[in-house]
Design a protein around this ligand. Structure first.
Ligand code: ZN
Ligand code: ZN
Length: 178
């Protein structure tokens, strides 16, 4: 959903809206981030205000994701639910005026085209910011055995001998004997 920045009243405006699961996943696919997908609609409740062309968006987003563990490659659910506040400055202004003024906001400032702000993009950005730094199904995930590939969370294998026997270690032993 796009909003005309000029039409945002001075006192701000509240929006409650959804990006449906299919649309969210199309977007994630476009970004080639196939390691996760949405399993519910992306819901946002935000308040938008316009400070002489600077758009301030504050609110909450929530979406359930299915992610892929970076260690064991297994799927696991993850809820992104966050409160955020971000500022969007018209693109041309940020280029001219440096960021002296913007610094006083003490938050990340993004840009928009100066005419309308795409709220879908605002929410998608927040999904990425709400993802865990380490993508693990659980903090102590044991991962896959590098030798035989079994999922060490569910199975044990016999690969954990510290030094694998290679022809060279066998050769060494033979030499010592001789
Ligand atoms: Zn895992
Ligand atoms: Zn193994």
């Amino acid at each position: 959903m796009k909003i005309r920045v000029k039409r945002i009243p001075e006192e701000g405006k509240k929006y409650a809206f959804k990006v449906d699961t299919k649309k969210a996943n199309r977007y994630f696919t476009l970004l080639k981030t196939s390691d996760f997908s949405a399993t519910t609609d992306l819901e946002g409740r935000i308040e938008v205000s316009n400070l002489e062309g600077m758009v301030i968006v504050e609110g909450n987003i929530e979406v359930n994701l299915k992610m892929r563990c970076s260690r064991c490659l297994g799927p696991f659910p993850y809820l992104v639910s966050r409160h955020f506040r971000s500022v969007y400055a018209p693109f041309s202004e940020t280029c001219q005026e440096e960021d002296v003024e913007l610094k006083s906001y003490d938050m990340d400032v993004s840009t928009y085209n100066g005419v309308d702000l795409d709220l879908d993009n605002v929410l998608f950005e927040q999904v990425f910011l709400g993802m865990p730094a380490q993508i693990l199904c659980r903090p102590d995930c044991k991962g896959l055995c590098p030798a035989c590939g079994v999922n060490l969370n569910h199975e044990t294998c016999r690969c954990d001998a510290p030094i694998p026997h290679t022809p060279f270690t066998v050769l060494k032993k033979l030499k010592l004997k001789g």
